[in-house]
Write a protein that binds this ligand. Structure first.
Ligand SMILES: Nc1ncnc2c1ncn2[C@@H]1O[C@H](COP(=O)(O)OP(=O)(O)OP(=O)(O)O)[C@@H](O)[C@H]1O
Ligand SMILES: [Mg+2]
Length: 222
């Protein structure tokens, strides 16, 4: 059977496969020959474990994420639940599937609630972008949908505010570059984020601003 490849990149590939007779998504990470093999193996194992761990933690906290069915460290493959009708938030916005400000507002409010919940459970995503958030339609026209978090390879568990601030900073940068025509998105996210993570809101936002100021200084110096 020839594999149905969804994505082929320098880092790895994603294709439809099966685990115990169940059709699923296989995420395979390639060996990087420019890296020392021992180090390369370590990094890959760490990312695969992070991916599995974080999706379990999310599901436990009521946050939607692909269920990991099987992890094969030797083959460098993760077998996970595949949402075949889902599209990324990036696609939804940039393809103009809905241009209704109310729809966009509601979507980013939901995203803020999810990230706030993740942070309140000390789950740091590590790569928050609109390519790593899926919308799974419940109706054909996306008038109802689930928001699903994916791509947890850079995630970790951390109680402190600093990493949460960095997580938000990464997201702000991603939104500004991917959705430059909608500069209000990050603010919408923050509003609902603060509601669900009110306990830490002030410290996380202070850290976020500190990281952002550092980033600015760096770009000014060049
Ligand atoms: N469980 C899933 N169900 C449906 N589509 C998925 C799923 N996981 C990933 N995808 C699609 O495949 C794309 C790439 O997946 P993912 O973000 O996990 O890999 P990546 O960005 O190549 O990974 P990494 O950053 O870890 O190298 C996603 O943007 C999404 O379009
Ligand atoms: Mg990704």
């Amino acid at each position: 059977m020839k594999a149905d490849i969804l994505k082929q990149g320098a880092e790895g590939r994603l294709y439809i496969g099966e685990s115990n007779g169940v059709s699923c998504l296989v995420k395979e990470r390639f060996v990087k020959s420019y890296r020392h093999p021992v180090l390369d193996n370590q990094i890959t194992r760490q990312r695969m474990k992070a991916e599995t761990k974080a999706s379990e933690r999310c599901l436990k906290a009521g946050i939607l994420a692909p269920k990991v069915l099987h992890m094969d460290l030797k083959e460098r493959k993760i077998y996970m639940e595949y949402f075949d009708k889902a599209i990324t938030v990036k696609e939804f916005v940039n393809k103009g599937i809905s241009k209704d400000p109310k729809v966009i507002n509601e979507l980013f409010e939901k995203i803020g609630t999810i990230i706030g919940t993740m942070h309140s459970k000390n789950i740091i995503h590590g790569d928050l972008t609109t390519s790593n958030i899926l919308m799974n339609p419940k109706t054909e026209d996306f008038s109802e949908y689930d928001v699903i978090m994916i791509d947890f390879g850079l995630s970790h568990y951390e109680e402190g505010a600093e990493d949460k601030g960095v997580d938000l900073y990464v997201l702000e940068r991603a939104l500004l570059s991917t959705h430059s025509e909608l500069p209000e998105l990050f603010e919408i996210i923050l509003k609902s984020y603060k509601k669900v993570n009110s306990k830490e809101e002030t410290t996380v936002i202070a850290k976020f601003e500190e990281v952002r100021a550092r980033g600015r200084k760096r770009t000014m110096i060049g």
